[in-house]
Write a protein that binds this ligand. Structure first.
Ligand SMILES: *Cc1c(COP(=O)(O)O)cnc(C)c1O
Length: 340
């Protein structure tokens, strides 16, 4: 009954098999290996373009910070939701990697930046006024931190407005697979076709051991050299890159990552339905991906914790339960039995 996070789930067996396969013979290092080259082809098929560069890191924090630091100077700002992972859960990594870039926090319900807040922030950018910190990047998250999904049109609209104001658009896709399953969008539609310039494409939560891919699309590729330099300088250039690449290879092969995300989303839907049937339990958020935010009466929360269930507090007194590719119907049945 561990619903603490999708990061608590093990790696999918096909990921481990791919790592074992990659563990043979001599190979070039630092990304020049044959597995990394195969990943380029798989990414190109997944995102339906050849117009990209990519880098792999072992954590989402590193990927976000590296990606953002290429587009936000030390004297600039990044627009993001007030609850964004980059703002709340990364110990200042984006600010650190960018040498002091500032996060400008925007409000909005359901984990999404409110339309009016974005309009105001974009209108307020003034490069000529030396006292203010002009925004250079808009960072969106999909799934959002509230487990909701931005639709493609929403991303495209925000991206177009950010571009018109001269910003680069970053998407934190730590749970991109869950967002795609939730919205029915393709990877291309949710990224470069919607105007996303730089994507942090998370595979760890979906089922890898530790593999997050930074993709630079189109014009953003001009930062490729800088991204590599920053990766090296910050210690995110693993010599045996083939083992990160093997994870991506396995996850992309046959769309495994989307199958696993679909499984996790389906389990979350089932979990939410089972929980709201418990007297006093209510959803705090619509369930669109693999995360369930619920309001639990104190009695129910303590019954679950006493029974050994693991989950964490969410915003505003709610609780967050996360499903992963490993979650089964019997995990959910056991939880609901304990709640009653
Ligand atoms: C989990 C997560 C990350 C990455 O976190 P790490 O623990 O550094 O891998 C980034 N963004 C979001 C929205 C996340 O949920």
């Amino acid at each position: 009954m561990n619903f603490s996070s999708d990061t608590s789930a093990p790696a999918h067996p096909r990921v481990i098999e791919a790592i074992t396969r990659a563990n043979s013979g001599m190979e070039s290092s630092y990304g020049a290996d044959s597995v990394t080259q195969k990943v380029r082809k798989a990414l190109s098929e997944t995102f339906e373009t050849d117009d990209f560069d990519y880098w792999m890191a072992a954590s989402g924090t590193a990927s976000n910070a590296l990606a953002l630091s290429c587009f936000c100077p030390a004297t600039g700002a990044i627009l993001c939701h007030a609850d964004a992972h980059i703002a709340v859960d990364e110990r200042g990594a984006p600010e650190f990697f960018s040498g002091g870039g500032k996060l400008q926090l925007l409000p909005g319900p359901d984990g999404k930046i409110a339309d009016a807040a974005l309009t105001k922030a974009l209108a307020g950018i003034n490069h000529a006024f030396v006292h203010e910190t002009p925004a250079h990047v808009l960072s969106l998250t999909n799934l959002t931190e509230n487990g909701t999904a931005y639709g493609v049109d929403h991303v495209a609209d925000y991206a177009a407005r950010a571009h018109a104001a001269g910003l680069t658009v970053h998407l934190d896709g730590a749970r991109l697979g869950n967002a795609l399953v939730a919205t029915g969008a393709s990877p291309a539609e949710m990224s470069w076709k919607a105007g996303v310039d730089v994507l942090t494409f998370g595979l760890t939560k979906t089922g890898a051991m530790g593999c997050e891919i930074i993709l630079l699309f189109g014009g953003a590729r001009e930062k490729w050299g800088e991204l590599q330099a920053r990766a090296k300088r910050s210690g995110h250039m693993p010599p045996k890159m083939r083992f990160l690449a093997a994870q991506a290879e396995a996850m992309l092969e046959g769309g495994l990552w989307l199958d696993l995300a679909a499984r996790a989303n389906a389990m979350a839907t089932r979990l939410a339905a089972a929980l709201v049937a418990v007297p006093g339990v209510a959803l705090a958020q619509d369930v669109e991906g693999n995360e369930v935010f619920v309001v639990l009466p104190d009695g129910v929360a303590s019954k679950l914790l006493d029974a050994g269930a693991v989950f964490y507090p969410g915003p505003d007194g709610s609780h967050r339960l996360v499903c992963s590719w490993m979650t089964t119907g019997s995990d959910i049945d056991a939880l609901v039995r304990a709640a009653n």
